[in-house]
Design a protein around this ligand. Structure first.
Ligand SMILES: NC(=O)c1ccc[n+]([C@@H]2O[C@H](COP(=O)([O-])OP(=O)(O)OC[C@H]3O[C@@H](n4cnc5c(N)ncnc54)[C@H](OP(=O)(O)O)[C@@H]3O)[C@@H](O)[C@H]2O)c1
Length: 261
């Protein structure tokens, strides 16, 4: 199937590593022009150098929890590409831990990262698409914990729920203008985040990080953690016209780890 992405303009946030990097790589392989972003200049430069052989890739340094940086990311990406056809919104991770460990400041920081940032950035991209008359797409990456809270990552479990409603709200608001908005709920995907969770579990429970990973895999019906390439195929589907009649959906890509219906 032809994704029709050749020459399309794609912004992928939080993409110097992990899920975002995998998505940027996949769009470049489809011939899209891509802007990547992250908050660490060295990591961002290294990621851009790694992606450069695949095609037309640009980068914008910016922290997704800062208002002025969110504005800079959208403005510079638009300038570099001449507009945005597909936004892939990925963000950083709040710190792991259980509910009773967190302070007021922790909740504020997690809300900035997982509620305010996606809402404000998609708002700016929507403004731009509407101004340009672009019949674009947005793909908002969150987590399967939206459907099934996980006690060891309470900040993520509580705050990310807003992203489920954001997808529906935007899809209904922007659908009449030809803009489609969908979400992806990743399960466990092999990235630095899994290493972080394994280290955290090891510290708390006195087990080895690899035992935590083995425990996770026993709980995943497909028997293993997924790869960023497998996740990126779903992002390309929702971020292209391959999914032309899909909007407002939030699709798990999780090896069936999610139990709820
Ligand atoms: N991996 C999983 O199994 C999994 C499952 C469900 C949900 N998720 C969520 O998916 C998202 C991506 O996770 P990942 O697994 O790809 O993690 P990762 O491998 O640690 O990558 C995180 C990426 O986000 C960037 N980043 C972090 N904070 C940022 C900020 N404030 N502003 C801009 N960029 C920022 C990092 O770059 P810099 O350090 O250069 O800023 C890096 O490129 C996270 O929200 C994570 O919680 C992951």
């Amino acid at each position: 199937m032809n994704s029709g992405l050749a020459g399309q303009r794609v912004l992928v946030t939080a993409s110097s590593a992990g899920i975002g990097f995998g998505a940027a790589e996949a769009f470049l392989k489809e011939g899209a022009r891509v802007v990547i972003n992250s908050s660490n200049g060295d990591k961002l430069d290294a990621a851009r150098a790694k992606l450069a052989p695949l095609g037309d890739v640009h980068s914008v340094l910016g922290n997704l929890i800062l208002k002025s940086d969110i504005e800079k990311i959208v403005q510079q990406a638009t300038d570099q590409l001449g507009g945005i056809d597909t936004l892939v919104y990925v963000t950083g991770s709040p710190k792991p831990g259980r509910f009773l460990e967190f302070s007021y400041e922790d909740w504020r920081a997690a809300s900035d990262l997982l509620v305010v940032s996606p809402a404000y950035l998609t708002r700016l991209v929507a403004d731009r698409m509407l101004k340009d008359g672009t019949r674009g797409r947005m793909v908002i990456l969150s987590s399967y914990v939206i459907k099934e809270p996980t006690l060891a990552i309470a900040l993520s479990s509580v705050c990310r729920v807003a992203m489920l409603s954001l997808v529906r709200t935007l899809a209904r608001e922007l659908g009449p203008k030809g803009i489609r908005v969908n979400g992806i709920l990743p399960g466990f995907i092999k990235t630095g985040r899994i290493d972080q969770l394994a280290q955290d579990a090891a510290k708390r429970r006195g087990i080895k990080p690899e035992d935590y990973v083995a425990e996770l895999e026993r709980d995943i019906p497909l028997g293993r953690i997924g790869t960023t390439e497998e996740l990126a195929r779903a992002v390309v589907f929702l971020g292209s016209d391959l999914s032309s009649y899909v909007s407002g959906a939030s699709i798990p890509v999780d090896g069936a780890v999610l139990r709820s219906i």
